[in-house]
Design a protein. Structure first.
Length: 503
């Protein structure tokens, strides 16, 4: 009987691959060995998949019968080598992506069969059950004092249905909700309370993610709605703010690399692979987008101080919302900042998401900021695709990111605007809400508005395109400035009619 051993521990195996007694391969950290004769078994990495159970010769958990194709020693060796580099969980996804051409050319036309079986294996095991000693009712978290979106929708029945499921990468419901369990609520905003560990999390745990998404995104229903994408900056109307009031303009978004786990669940190797893929692509940017990458682990003290002075450097997460989600693991390994020579186009690597893309400048020219944003983002995506990778995206959720609050466009278009009179008016919060805008302090969430200067940005992310959201900010900020001017003249202001979110 084929077995996997790690020290003195033995685990049963899952059907799907091939070994002979001549092959003893260190496979995913486990030593694979076999008795005499052909053994058609796939040794999965311990702890990576949920079906492992104590193995015994008297009660084998699997049947050694699969496709004879796996009996080719050459093909097996190729697959083992590939697994050790990428891990088996990523292999099926990579075969289904644009990288399949290179892989198939390596192992020959016949390996299309391998891709079929491994993809089938992955689909079957997405959402499979893990073994649990205690019943779900004993594991259900105490959410009685919680005020976040996850806590509002995670009933005992939903927990019981999902708690034993796992994504192909081994991500579980308990890992997804831990940040919301550890952080009952925020004093000023209702937080989401959960994160995704990989692209498949949104499918395997859809019974909790979908209602959370619907609440957070003002009624957007991922079950029957489609998200639009539009990066045509020529469609923008206006975009030049009165710089007496607007001090700076900025547009940012996030992007995730398909086939690699998201920051809450990625391994060190995956995080380093994200960094490699991104900086290889950024090295191909030309013209006004040409720039340099600064690794947080390798930068000099002089470079660090310059990034601090420019307000570009992001620090190790200290917010419990992020640390409880696993965002700060191995800090600062494989984290870094890239910016162009003009310091108007930035990319953060492996912060809260795989990448965070930012276009910014002083003053009120939001049109120019958005034009640069669209140009740079599309060029980065093209260069990443040339390397055989692609961004996570689907038509229901748009671009996939770690936090459900950033799904869709992942876009936040914001300005620093000074509103000394309007900010003191009791109607200010209602005006912002009807315009689908949100305010933060000068330094972001949980900071004060220094000099009556606020960070005003779009409230929505999902269900509207990038062009629509930036236009919402342009029109809304212009309305706020007009209100400020009227109050300066002693005139009255009106609360605008609510904007219809989904048209």
């Amino acid at each position: 009987m084929l077995c996997c051993t790690e020290e003195s521990k033995s685990f049963a195996l899952v059907p799907g691959s091939y070994c002979t007694s001549e092959d003893k391969t260190n496979f995913g950290g486990l030593k694979v060995s076999g008795e005499e004769g052909d053994q058609t078994l796939l040794c999965w990495e311990k702890g990576r998949y949920p079906q492992h159970s104590p193995a015994s010769s008297s009660n084998p958990s699997v049947s050694p019968s699969v496709c004879p194709f796996f009996k080719s020693t050459f093909i097996w060796r190729v697959l083992v080598c590939f697994y050790r580099v990428k891990m088996a969980s990523s292999f099926a996804r990579v075969l289904s992506s644009k990288r399949k051409v290179g892989i198939l050319s390596l192992v020959g036309a016949g390996s299309l069969t391998v891709g079929f079986f491994l993809n089938k294996e992955q689909r079957v095991n997405a959402g499979a059950h893990v073994r649990r000693i205690y019943p779900p009712s004993a594991e259900y978290p105490d959410l009685r004092k919680h005020n976040n979106c996850m806590a509002s929708h995670l009933t005992p029945a939903v927990y019981a249905k999902l708690c034993d499921k796992t994504t192909p990468n081994g991500y579980t419901l308990d890992l997804a909700i831990q940040t919301g369990v550890d952080n009952p609520g925020h004093p000023f905003i209702k937080t989401v309370g959960m994160v995704a560990g990989d692209e498949e999390s949104y499918e395997v745990f859809a019974d909790i993610f979908n209602p959370v998404i619907k609440e957070r995104h003002n009624g957007y229903d991922p079950c029957n709605m489609k998200h639009p994408t539009d990066l045509d900056s020529s469609k923008i109307r206006g975009g030049q703010f009165d710089e007496k009031y607007v001090l700076s303009s900025r547009v940012r978004t996030g992007r995730s690399i398909r086939g690699l786990s998201l920051p809450p669940a990625c391994t060190r190797a995956e995080r380093r692979e994200v960094e490699r893929v991104v900086i290889d692509a950024l090295a191909g940017l030309k013209g006004d987008l040409t720039g340099k990458y600064y690794s947080l682990t390798l930068m000099t003290e002089q470079e660090q101080q310059q990034l601090i002075d420019d307000h570009f450097l992001f620090d190790k997460p200290v917010s419990p919302l992020l640390t409880c989600a696993g965002m700060a693991r191995d800090w600062p390994d494989a984290r870094g900042i890239w910016h162009n020579n003009e310091k108007t186009f930035l990319v953060w690597v492996n912060e809260e998401d795989h990448t965070r893309v930012i276009s910014m400048e002083k003053g009120g020219n939001m049109r120019r900021v958005f034009e640069r944003f669209c140009k740079g983002l599309q060029e980065v995506e093209r260069l990443i695709q040339e390397k055989g990778w692609e961004f996570m995206w689907n038509e229901r959720l748009g671009y996939i990111l770690t936090c459900p609050s950033n799904l869709g466009t992942g876009l936040r278009a914001g300005v620093h605007v000074t509103l000394p009179r309007l900010s003191k008016d009791p109607r200010f919060p209602k005006i912002l809400d009807n315009l689908r805008l949100q305010k933060r302090g000068t330094g972001g969430v949980d900071t004060a508005a220094v000099g009556n200067t606020f960070d005003i940005s779009n409230l929505d992310r999902l269900g509207q395109s990038e062009v629509q959201l930036v236009q919402t900010v342009i029109d809304g900020v212009n309305y706020l400035i007009e209100c400020e001017k009227k109050l300066e003249r002693g005139q009255d202001i009106k609360i605008p009619a609510p904007i219809s979110q989904f048209k």
